[in-house]
Design a protein around this ligand. Sequence first.
Ligand SMILES: Nc1ncnc2c1ncn2[C@@H]1O[C@H](COP(=O)(O)OP(=O)(O)OP(=O)(O)O)[C@@H](O)[C@H]1O
Ligand SMILES: [Mg+2]
Length: 330
Amino acid sequence: MEALRVDDVRKSFRGDLSLRRREVLRGVSLWAEAGEILGFLGPNGAGKTTTIKIILGLLRPDSGSATIFGAPAGGRDAARRIGYLPETPYFHPHLSLREFLEFCGVLSGLSGAGLRGRIGETIDLVGLGPHAGRRLRGFSKGMLQRAGLAQAILHDPDLLVLDEPFSGLDPLGRKTVRDILVDLKGRGRTIFFSSHILPDMEALCDRTAIIREGTVTRSVTLDEIYRLGEGRVEVTARGCAPGTAHDLADYVESAQCSGGETFLLVRRQEFVRTVIQHLYRSGAEVLEVTNHHPSLEEVFLDEFAIRPSPGGTDPAKSRAVGAGAEGRAS
Ligand SMILES: Nc1ncnc2c1ncn2[C@@H]1O[C@H](COP(=O)(O)OP(=O)(O)OP(=O)(O)O)[C@@H](O)[C@H]1O
Ligand SMILES: [Mg+2]
């Protein structure tokens, strides 16, 4: 079942000093299946927050549509099923966390014992139990982000829409928020979130929609990302004879030398044996053979035409190998 669908949405705004409208969304289409985590990735100003506001019904599109579990965005049925964490949430500093959630609960139509029960469960779920009675003005950034998540999930929505849920958090804070989102997914909730932090996105998402200048240019699953690099293997060797790269040109996509070591990116899995045999015969020592999978970061950089060259010193590559080692086929 589809939890979220955005179909060919266009939106323009009038500039402050001109009467001409500028189109910031130029046909955005994306969807999320119920129970999956869909990431929304794009540079500043690409149109992520505008798209999110249209999903929430806070903005009306010029054309196109957004639906939540089949109901039109902005309607009561859609609103009941969405929990929202804004990009810059506002917290009443003088309220305690429990009072803040009471206030939010009343706004979403909860009351009495039902509301009290949900507040207790929600505070436990975000790990703020010991701080329920503390005023929000004493909360750290990470605690506030968890309080924001608590208000988003208080009415037990089926779809969570989170605008930059990791912004401003340190690695520990990011891990805490990640764990909460994984827990919510385990409870069958659908999560749509925007972020600039690629490793977080890579660790969490089933799919990622990449937006650029108001258009979703690409929608990739992690499995697709891993398949993109399937079969390409990197061989690291020491003491290669001059001309090795030339001799192996039919089998090797690129060869780079650095500090006496040579990194060879083998075109296909079945060529690895030939490459290694050639290296041994020419007196080289093979140090390492690694399956090469691109990371989300490489796909992203590729999308924006600033792809790093394949080589042993590329940090994206080592992360990709690490990601592959974390339970994915490599
Ligand atoms: N109310 C508005 N009036 C005029 N222009 C707007 C309005 N809201 C957004 N824009 C413009 O639309 C474009 C997209 O903005 P949006 O906030 O959706 O980007 P974003 O992808 O969320 O960026 P960021 O990563 O910085 O949060 C920007 O150029 C922004 O200036
Ligand atoms: Mg934004």
